[in-house]
Design a protein around this ligand. Structure first.
Ligand SMILES: [Zn+2]
Ligand SMILES: [Zn+2]
Length: 132
């Protein structure tokens, strides 16, 4: 995660999820209430584009994308119908992470709570620097 901007370290409870809601059936996304009272909402499509596995990280790094930033569509390519990205299954990994089986077949991303809090897309935490 070397491409992430260094952020000030939050208190340990900031990385401790008090309540996690995964809207598997609604397709809404993931809501996390943290022990420090902060609430984060992650849309599934955003989470897929923020997949922390080595392959996706490398892909994002190569194109200069931040976690959650969708790949730029090739302007020469015809627009293609893409079904909404959502997980078919969410699996807790011990006490520290959650893993999704995505409907595109990708399953290797393990989202630690620390990672999720660090990439929280809310207005308060997100976009520390506006680029472009
Ligand atoms: Zn991945
Ligand atoms: Zn936030």
């Amino acid at each position: 995660m070397a491409f992430l901007e260094a952020k000030k370290l939050l208190a340990p409870e900031a990385y401790d999820p008090k309540a996690v809601k995964v809207g598997l059936t609604s397709g809404a996304g993931v809501d996390i209430t943290w022990a420090d009272g902060h609430e984060s909402r992650y849309l599934f499509g955003w989470l897929r584009d923020a997949c922390p596995c080595a392959t996706c990280e490398e892909e994002r790094g190569g194109s200069g994308r931040k976690p959650g930033e969708p790949a730029k569509a090739n302007p020469a390519a015809l627009p293609m119908f893409k079904p909404a990205t959502r997980p078919t299954k969410a699996n807790p990994i011990g006490k520290y992470a959650i893993q999704f089986d995505w409907n595109d077949g990708h399953t290797s991303g393990i989202y630690s709570w620390q990672y999720l809090r660090d990439v929280c897309p809310c207005g308060e935490c997100g976009r520390p620097k506006v680029s472009g």
